[in-house]
Design a protein around this ligand. Structure first.
Ligand code: ZN
Ligand code: ZN
Length: 184
């Protein structure tokens, strides 16, 4: 049995993890499970930015992968950055095993608007599917509604759907059938 592991990095609400576990299974039709593991995010903390280095956390995340794990999705409340970007909603290894998403800037509250749990979950699911899509070899898509469209702002996340366009969906299927001819 191969799994997509959902791994909390720091404190993450249980209901959010369970929501992801069920929804990601429905999208990829691959078994999902929540796997708890110790993290020390302080090693990736940048005090000048008051943020956490995404690439460092991603490396830590893929450090000890069980043999039955197909893909691993780290989920965190921490605010992520990489040196060339002010912030990140998530990061993934193209055609690799690991992906990481942050809820930090997906909360309405972050923008001074009243919290909306369903909207938060919808945004998180889109970004989770998007980052996992990269691990299946998908690059950014220009189809407006495709979940693989890149998003810089939450408004752009809200504009796209939780679904792959036909072309991206085909690529995921090819990958799963072992016919992956690397990237486009
Ligand atoms: Zn992307
Ligand atoms: Zn697409």
């Amino acid at each position: 049995m191969a799994y997509i592991d959902i791994v909390p990095v720091g404190e993450v609400e249980e209901t959010v993890l369970l929501f992801l576990q069920q929804s990601i299974f429905q999208t990829f039709n691959i078994q999902t499970r929540i796997r708890n593991r110790h993290f020390d995010p302080s090693l990736t903390y940048d005090p000048a930015r008051d943020q956490y280095n995404s690439s460092g956390l991603l490396l830590d995340l893929i450090n000890d992968i069980p043999p039955e794990t197909l893909k691993v999705l780290g989920v965190t409340e921490l605010d992520l950055f990489i040196p060339i970007f002010t912030f990140l909603f998530g990061e993934a290894q193209l055609n690799g095993i690991g992906a990481l998403v942050s809820t930090h800037r997906l909360h309405n509250q972050f923008y001074g608007i009243s919290e909306d749990k369903r909207l938060l979950e919808s945004r998180l699911l889109k970004e989770s599917i998007h980052e996992l899509g990269h691990t299946f070899g998908l690059i950014h898509c220009f189809t407006l509604t495709c979940v693989m469209k890149s998003s810089t702002y939450v408004e752009e996340i809200d504009q796209k759907s939780i679904h792959f366009c036909r072309s991206c969906e085909q690529e995921v299927l090819h990958w799963r059938n072992g016919k992956n001819s690397s990237s486009r």
